[in-house]
Design a protein around this ligand. Sequence first.
Ligand code: ZN
Length: 276
Amino acid sequence: MDVVQPASGRRVSPRHATLPVHHEGRSDRPGSAAVSGDRGVRGLDRILELQELDLAIDRLSARRQELEAGEDLRVARERVEGLEERVGETRLALDSVEQEQRRLETEVASLEAKIAAEQRRLYDGSVANPKELESIQHEVEALGRRKSHIEDDVLSQMERREELRDRLEPRQAEMTEARDRLTEIGGESVKELEDIGRALAERTAERAALVPAIDEELLELYEDLRAQKKGVGAAALEDGVCQGCHQKLSPLELERIKRSEGIRRCEYCRRILVLA
Ligand SMILES: [Zn+2]
């Protein structure tokens, strides 16, 4: 015995057909011991309570999956790794600049020693030949020019070193902060997983206690709808608006629904409607 829905013309599957769906008058389903509660269907008045519990369980399970997949940890770890790489590169560059600076400074020192030695030869009287003296003079000048070039190089290396140091400091600070955050997230995940475990156990127990109060066929319809409609099988009807699809029911349909008994369904999304 299929029931044809006036709103959509859709046929309801036979296993739901025994439910008093959208038809006028009282349910006269024989053997329905469940003629208590909302309009003859046992537990219809508590279906939104079940819906709320199920959504809470869905949310908790999704979050647990996310935590178990370690998504937050992965993002935090990648950030630390990226910063470590950048800090490492800056440190290497700084090392090589400092090495080059030391090399140039040694060269300057050795040139200074050579210049001093040549100058001593100029003035200590050991060389008398004017041509030789002149050549020593030229040599001293040439050494002086080379020294001043290298000193310029030392200065530019020092500038480069300062630049790198300025860059290194904030990067190191950022890396330290990212490492702390990673440790924190690790700890938070463990704690959150424990909290979720407890909350899930509580909600599941509440659900198990509630389910026997709900008519089996109503429950089956609700579960089917939940599977098809993003976890929401039942919705409140508030000010004529279905809270499942947020559409306003037509005045005619509203009138009909108010007069009908048993399970009401939204004319748009077909979810179970519970009148406020
Ligand atoms: Zn709807």
